[in-house]
Design a protein around this ligand. Structure first.
Ligand code: FAD
Length: 312
C-alpha cells in the first residue's frame, strides 16, 4: 500500500525539515509557502543550538538532542550547510540559572563565579554547540528537499480545508501566522532585535543573561549576529537605534575583537511564541508550531516526530 500524500504548509525551518523527513520516508510531499525563504522568521535566527525560550522543556531537550546529532555531521561543510561547531560561554547574573537545556547538549562545563565574564556574572556554562547560519542553512534545506522529491508552491492557503483538498495529510508549520488558519491557536509574538557586523574570524559564541538586556554574539559564516531582546507581545519590525547601540556596546564587552567590525545589516524578528509547542496529529492534520526561541534547535527532532505521526 502506498503512503499517504502530504501537503506541508510553511517554508520556514519547521516546514522544510518536516517536508524533508516525510519525503525521505517515501511520501509524495508538496510544500506550500506564501513567503520566499528569505522573508521568513527562520532566516533571521541567530542561530545557536540551545533549547530555551519555549516549553515543555523535557520535550525540547529530546527534540534538541536529535537535532544536535543531525547538525554535527553538517559542520564538515559549513560553506554549504551554514553549520559550524563553536565553543562558547553563556554567563548568568543569578546563582541558580535555569540550566535544563544542558541535558540535550554534549560537553558542557558549569563554572561558579564570574569565570572571566562580564561584571555581575555569577555563573557560567561553557559548551561546544552548533551555530547555524540560516542564510545558508535554509537554502541548503530547500535543495535537500528538492533532491528528495519535495514539490514547492509559493502561495497563501486561506483555510485548513483548502489545504486538505491538496493531499491525504496536512502538516501545519505556519509559525506565528497559524492563528489565521486555526482559531484559538494560542500563538503570540516574541520580538527580538538584532544587528549584524562583519565576522573578523576566530570568534566563538557568547551570551550574557541578565535583567537589563540579554546579549548574545553568534557567528554566522561571514557575519556575527548580535542580539537581542525577547519582548512578549511586541509587533514592531523597526529596529530601535538606541537599543542597537546598547547591544553593540555590550557585545564588544563580551568579545573585544568585535570593536571596529562594521555593521552590515539589522533586523527585528517575531518569534512564534506559544505557552507550549504544539506537535500532535488530529485526524488528518499534523500541527507543528509554537517553537518560540528554539525552532532551529529542535526542528529535526520535531520533523522525526511528524514523520512518525504520518505513519499513523
Ligand atoms: C531574533 C531571533 C533570534 C532567534 N535565535 C534563535 C536561536 O538562536 N536558536 C533557535 O533555535 N531559534 C532562534 N530563533 C527562533 C526561530 O527563528 C523560530 O523558532 C523558527 O524560525 C520558527 O520557524 P517556523 O518554520 O515555525 O516559522 P517561520 O520561519 O515564520 O515560517 C513560517 C512559514 O509559514 C508560511 N505561512 C504562514 N501562513 C501561511 C499560509 N496561510 N499559507 C502559506 N504559507 C504560510 C510562511 O510563509 C513561512 O514560510 C530566533 C528568532 C528570532 C526572531
Amino acid at each position: 500500500m502506498s503512503l499517504p500524500s502530504v501537503v506541508v504548509i510553511g517554508g520556514g525551518v519547521i516546514g522544510r525539515t518536516s517536508a524533508l523527513a516525510l519525503a525521505r520516508q517515501g511520501h509524495r510531499v508538496t510544500l506550500v509557502s506564501k513567503d520566499d525563504p528569505a522573508d521568513t522568521t527562520s532566516i533571521l535566527a541567530g542561530a545557536v543550538w540551545m533549547p530555551v525560550y519555549a516549553e515543555p522543556m523535557d520535550k525540547l531537550v529530546a527534540w534538541g538532542r536529535a537535532t544536535f546529532d543531525r547538525l554535527v555531521p553538517l559542520a564538515t561543510d559549513p560553506q554549504a550547510t551554514g553549520v559550524q561547531l563553536l565553543r562558547g560561554t553563556v554567563w548568568y547574573a543569578v546563582d541558580e540559572p535555569d540550566l535544563r537545556w544542558i541535558e540535550g547538549a554534549g560537553d558542557v562545563e558549569i563554572v561558579a563565579g564570574r569565570a572571566g565574564g562580564p561584571a555581575g556574572a555569577k555563573r557560567a556554562a561553557t559548551a561546544t554547540l552548533p551555530c547555524i547560519d540560516m542564510s545558508r542553512h535554509l537554502p541548503w534545506l530547500q535543495k535537500q528537499g528538492a533532491a528528495a522529491g519535495v514539490v514547492e508552491e509559493r502561495r497563501a492557503v486561506s483555510s485548513v480545508d483548502e489545504a486538505a483538498a491538496l493531499a491525504d495529510l496536512v502538516v501545519l508549520a505556519t509559525g506565528l501566522e497559524t492563528g489565521a488558519l486555526v482559531p484559538g491557536s494560542g500563538m503570540y509574538p516574541i520580538q527580538g532585535q538584532t544587528v549584524r557586523v562583519a565576522n573578523p574570524g576566530g570568534i566563538g559564541w557568547a551570551s550574557y543573561e541578565d535583567a537589563e538586556v540579554t546579549t548574545y554574539v553568534i557567528p554566522r559564516i561571514d557575519e556575527i549576529i548580535i542580539g537581542g531582546t525577547h519582548v512578549v507581545g511586541a509587533t514592531s519590525l523597526e529596529p530601535d537605534p538606541a537599543l542597537e547601540a546598547t547591544l553593540l556596546e555590550r557585545a564588544i564587552a563580551l568579545k573585544p575583537q568585535l570593536a571596529g567590525s562594521p555593521v552590515t545589516s539589522r533586523a527585528v524578528g517575531l518569534r512564534p511564541g506559544r505557552d507550549a509547542v504544539r506537535l500532535e496529529r488530529i485526524g488528518d492534520v499534523i500541527h507543528n508550531y509554537g517553537h518560540g526561541g528554539s525552532g532551529v534547535t529542535v526542528a529535526y527532532g520535531c520533523a522525526d516526530e511528524v514523520a512518525a505521526l504520518a505513519r499513523g
